[in-house]
Structures are given as structure tokens and as C-alpha cells.
Design a protein around this ligand. Structure first.
Ligand SMILES: C[S@@+](CC[C@H](N)C(=O)[O-])C[C@H]1O[C@@H](n2cnc3c(N)ncnc32)[C@H](O)[C@@H]1O
Length: 308
């Protein structure tokens, strides 16, 4: 199946993300008064867009009682992931799109995770993801999603358009396009273009890109889609898959102690959890978020399962 508008010609860098581990997600659920799945018994885990599979392989190795699945449309990523899982019998990797995956017959999962995917795919792929989660997350199961957030991305959003306009019509390789686009951005910055002069976050972001692996730069900025979003808009999409917000994957972010008194008052006067978390995200100028959600099930199911 084609990746439907996501870059496949350049493999992504391999990385481990502790936010995606069952222990971290369970801890975030517990500190927010939700009962997590029991990770001391057997449980099932799935990473969507697992890339080269490092996180899922580490989860499978750390929890021999678990059954783990990694899904990614990029065949090279899955080849690397399978190669690195040598010897582990509790993990399977599938090279398929989310659309194809949502039509399979997987057993339901206690945990589904997704890092570095949501902001970089279009509406139809997002719909496939929500279909998958709705179908395959157990009642009481946890979902972790990361995304580029607003308002922190405000000064950076022009990067995507500036780059796509600059490389339009160029016939060279993706890496050559990326190298020339970076040189163009550096030219604008060094010659004090008002865009960089008036947007200090953009200057700092350019410095970060200069120090980053080019594969990161390409996957961050060269996909057809790049859509940073406010917390409340992502939460509204998650609701379509039957998910309720649990908490921020950064432990400290689940408390109000970093906020001044007027802001604490504002949060406490918000009508509901989504409104108060939206205030918090705006106050803090969030630029990247990693959030945990739960599938709560019907009232009857909740009665049977005490605190979920
Ligand atoms: C930026 S990478 C993140 C990889 C990994 N989660 C990480 O953080 O290192 C996004 C991943 O999503 C995968 N992906 C994008 N669109 C997809 C789709 N429609 N179906 C399945 N995988 C997709 C890409 O192949 C890529 O591996």
C-alpha cells in the first residue's frame, strides 16, 4: 500500500521514547485517578508508525509477558525493526498502512501508542488512525499521541510553506532539495530578513535544524502535510475514537505548581478538563505535546470495572 502522502524514500532516524512505555502511560493514568491496565499480568501493546521499531522492541524485551505489535508503511523501517528484534518471540512487525491495518483482525490492545505521526499526515490518514484506535483499543486501554502544538508553533509554521515553495519544480533528490532549502533559510537569516528578525523562535528553530540529522529535517518539514494544532482540537478528534483525555505524558505537567496564582484561578474556573487543559497549553505556549487518553466504555462497562 502507498504511504498516502508520507515520505518513504528517506528512512527516519531510530529513536527510543520513554513516554510510549506501559509504565509511563500507567503512571500518568494513576496520577490522574484513572485505573491503568495491569502491567504485571500479560498485556498487549501496539505502536502505530513505529519507524525502525526501537521503542516497541525495548517494550517487548522489558515485558516478556506482553504481546507487542509495530506497524509502519515504510518497508525499510520494518526490515530494520525485525532485524533488531532478533530473538524476541513476543513481537511482530507489519509493513502496512494504517488504512490496511484498520481492516485487519488484530486482537484488541491494552496500549496503543503513536509518536511523531499525527501532525505530519493528512485528514484521510488521520481518519484511518482513529478507525484503528476505535476498533482495536480495549475498554480501559490507554492511547498515547504526540503532536506539534499551537500556539508554540506560531512563528515556525511558515517554514513548511517557505520550503515547499522554494523546492517546487526542482528535480533533484529529496536530500539535495533539503540541503538547498536549508541553505536558502540560512541565507534569509544571515541577511537579516524581517521574517527571522521579527520571529526569534524561528531563528532558534533554524539553529536546531542546523544541528540536526538531515533525516529529521526531512521528516519534520518535507512531508506534504504539517499541521500543528491546539490541544482542544486534538482532544475533539480523539473523542471521535471514543477517547477521554487522561493527562500530559510529562509528569510535572499534570500539576498546577508551575503556574502563578491568577493562572491557577483561571484553570480552576474552567468548565471542564478540556477547557482547563486548553488554557494551560495556551498559557505555557506549548510547542510539542505528548498526551495520554483512555477508552472509557459505556456506563455499564464502567460500573463493572469500578474506576475506569
Ligand atoms: C516521523 S516518523 C516517526 C517514527 C517513530 N514513531 C519515531 O518517533 O521514531 C513517522 C512514521 O509514520 C509512518 N507513517 C506515515 N504515514 C503512514 C501510514 N499512512 N501508514 C503507516 N505508517 C505511516 C512513517 O513511515 C514513519 O515511519
Amino acid at each position: 500500500m502507498p504511504a498516502q502522502d508520507y515520505i518513504t524514500e528517506i528512512p527516519y532516524i531510530s529513536g527510543y521514547y520513554s513516554d510510549l512505555t506501559p509504565a509511563r502511560m500507567s503512571f500518568i493514568a494513576a496520577v490522574n485517578n484513572f485505573r491503568p491496565p495491569d502491567i504485571f499480568q500479560s498485556f498487549s501493546y501496539c505502536e502505530l508508525g513505529c519507524g525502525c521499531g526501537k521503542t516497541t522492541n525495548i517494550v517487548a524485551a522489558s515485558y516478556p509477558q506482553s504481546d507487542c505489535v509495530g506497524i509502519d508503511v515504510n518497508k525499510e523501517h520494518i526490515r530494520i525493526a525485525r532485524n533488531e528484534s532478533a530473538g524476541l518471540s513476543n513481537i511482530k512487525f507489519f509493513d502496512m498502512s494504517f488504512s490496511e491495518a484498520s481492516r485487519q483482525n488484530f486482537k484488541k490492545f491494552d496500549f496503543i501508542t503513536m509518536h511523531g505521526v499525527w501532525s505530519w499526515v493528512g485528514d484521510s490518514v488521520r481518519a484511518d488512525i482513529l478507525r484503528f484506535v476505535k476498533k482495536f483499543l480495549k475498554t480501559g486501554g490507554l492511547f498515547c499521541v504526540s503532536y506539534n502544538a499551537m500556539p508554540g508553533w506560531t512563528q515556525l509554521t511558515p517554514f513548511h510553506k517557505i520550503i515547499s515553495t522554494y523546492i517546487k519544480g526542482k528535480t533533484c533528490s529529496t536530500t539535495e532539495k533539503a540541503t538547498s532549502a536549508m541553505a536558502y533559510l540560512q541565507f534569509l537569516n544571515e541577511n537579516k530578513s524581517p521574517y527571522f528578525e521579527r520571529n526569534p523562535d524561528a531563528k532558534v528553530f533554524l539553529q536546531t535544524l542546523e544541528q540536526s540529522d538531515m533525516r529529521y529535517v526531512i521528516h519534520e518539514l518535507f512531508n506534504q502535510n504539517l499541521r500543528p494544532e491546539y490541544f482542544c482540537d486534538v482532544a475533539a478528534d480523539m473523542k471521535k475514537a471514543g477517547l477521554t483525555f487522561v493527562g500530559n505524558s510529562e509528569h510535572i505537567q499534570n500539576y498546577q505548581m508551575t503556574l502563578s496564582e491568577p493562572f491557577k484561578k483561571l484553570l480552576n474556573s474552567a468548565g471542564d478538563r478540556i477547557a482547563s487543559e486548553t488554557h494551560k497549553s495556551v498559557i505555557q505556549n506549548d510547542r510539542f505535546r505528548k498526551d495520554v487518553y483512555i477508552k472509557r466504555g459505556s456506563t455499564k462497562e464502567r460500573k463493572n470495572a469500578a474506576s475506569i
